[in-house]
Design a protein around this ligand. Structure first.
Ligand SMILES: C[S@@+](CC[C@H](N)C(=O)[O-])C[C@H]1O[C@@H](n2cnc3c(N)ncnc32)[C@H](O)[C@@H]1O
Length: 457
């Protein structure tokens, strides 16, 4: 096969990033936007010896699971990968993705993976938006990065975000144009406004607007604050300084320029304070589904000691503390631990303790110095999964139950493989769709401690 050849393909499978995988005379071609069971015509953009990448030119036979994307820029924007697929098919894709990872990477054959739990309405679910700001031909661009690039797809409305963002983006755009405030230019690290970050507390209606800037202040900021104040729910306007030449969105310095330093959200009858730099799950509705699964798997009776590792602002810790004897939460971001402590106080929860630090350092250290014990361990790491030093210590602690909350089934499967070889048994896995229209999937897995043979002797 040669580059620029036009091929007809039968799509047979779907890859982990949502790309269709087809064959032409035994040659494998990956095609963005094509679905299994479709016959398509593609232009071969890249041709390697055994596989290539094709651009979808025409759908000759469409899948029964194909649908028209609700968003006009869905095919160009990198935010969504699956809008052309019915929601039912998206859920099936995610369940299969989890099973495949467990089999291929985790070497697990016989585990119960339940069907992914989806949303009744899979749009407008995000409570956190990060809009890059840039410039093209003298006009302000605000939107999302295009697929595989840092080119901004300018958008007025994003159907995954809370509707309040439409008004915020409109006001910031009008302000930048009117006062000629220069957007950030990534190529030469000049300009001022880098990102608009918003957070919406869906249950209380409170909204935070954070402007990430390549500098210390924004000229005429009071005019922008005046406009933002008029938007329903906005109660906090914050500046974040990020002068680094980096893809990391937020810098370490934040300053409140109007209103509250944190917004308040409610969950399971408790109140939570959220700072701009703290992690908070992006889908509030599914977060409740996720935590309920985790709690059901933990089967707490009231006398357990629980470790909540990678605890963020302490949401899982405080939820579990109502059903356990004691919970210890560990988290690396100091602001998040400050929020967690405040949240415990605010909700009158006394049987929790929070420590700042890397879980892979704090937990081995407590195990060595204090002989730390636990009946239930909950881990909820970032995509890279758990550090081996932490897993080794969890094996030494031998908790009866390990509840693993994961946003990446590949690293979950890797860690499960290690844990299964070292005394734990995998009981069940429940995928939860926290990110409809994207290929991402969250999971909760339950493992139980099974005494390995050499321990039983
Ligand atoms: C997926 S979030 C989970 C947060 C929380 N469990 C929740 O549901 O909101 C992962 C958290 O781990 C924290 N983190 C990242 N690396 C860490 C480490 N090595 N040790 C402890 N916490 C870490 C992040 O700051 C983030 O708050």
């Amino acid at each position: 096969m040669k580059k620029n050849e036009i091929l007809e393909l039968q799509i047979e499978d779907i890859g982990t990033s949502g790309e269709g995988i087809g064959k032409a005379d035994g040659y494998t071609v990956f095609v963005d936007g094509a679905l299994p069971a479709e016959r398509v015509k593609v232009l071969l953009m890249k041709a390697k010896k055994n596989y290539g990448y094709g651009k979808l030119l025409e759908i000759l036979d469409a899948s029964a699971y194909r649908t028209v994307p609700a968003c006009p820029v869905a095919a160009r924007c990198g935010g969504c990968q699956l809008q052309h697929m019915t929601y039912e098919a998206q859920l099936a894709f995610k369940t299969k993705k989890v099973k495949d990872c467990l089999e291929r990477i985790g070497k697990v054959k016989d585990v119960q993976v339940y069907p992914a739990l989806g949303m009744e309405d899979p749009f407008r679910y995000r409570n956190k938006a990060q809009f890059p700001v840039g410039e093209k031909d003298g006009t302000v661009q605000i939107g999302f990065f295009a697929k595989h690039s840092h080119r901004i797809v300018d958008t007025e409305v994003c159907l995954l975000q809370h509707t309040v963002n439409d008004a915020i983006v409109r006001e910031v755009r009008a302000f930048l144009e009117e006062y000629r405030i220069p957007p950030y230019q990534e190529q030469n690290h000049t300009g001022l406004i880098r990102h608009i970050l918003t957070r919406v507390a869906c249950h209380t209606g409170e909204v935070m607007v954070c402007l990430v800037i390549n500098g210390k202040k924004i000229p005429h900021i009071e005019k922008l604050v005046e406009r933002l104040q008029k938007i329903e729910g906005v109660c906090s306007v914050v500046l974040n300084e990020n002068r680094e030449q980096t893809n990391v969105i937020l810098g370490n310095q934040t300053k409140t320029i109007w209103g509250k330093d944190r917004i308040t959200e409610s969950l399971h009858g408790m109140q939570f304070e959220i700072s701009p730099l703290s992690f908070y799950q992006v889908n509030a509705k599914q977060m409740e589904v996720l935590y309920d699964c985790a709690l059901r798997m933990a089967q707490l009776k009231g006398n357990e000691t629980v470790l909540d590792l990678y605890c963020g602002i302490g949401t899982i810790s405080l939820y579990f503390a109502q059903k356990a004897k004691h919970v210890l939460g560990v988290e690396i971001v100091p602001q998040a631990i400050a929020d967690a402590k405040e949240n415990a106080k605010k909700n009158g929860v006394e049987n929790v303790r929070f420590l700042v630090g890397a879980a892979e350092e704090v937990i081995p250290n407590l195990y060595r110095t204090e002989g730390l014990r636990a009946d239930v361990v909950v881990v909820d790491p970032p995509r890279k999964g758990c550090d081996l030093k932490l897993l080794e210590t969890i094996v030494s602690i031998q908790p009866q139950k390990l509840v693993y909350v994961s946003c990446d089934p590949a690293t979950l499967a890797r860690d499960i493989c290690y844990l299964r070889s070292n005394g734990f048994a995998l009981q069940q896995v429940q995928p939860v769709d926290m990110f409809p229209m994207s290929t991402h999937v969250e999971c909760v897995a339950l493992m139980t401690w099974e005494m390995p043979e050499h321990h039983a002797l």
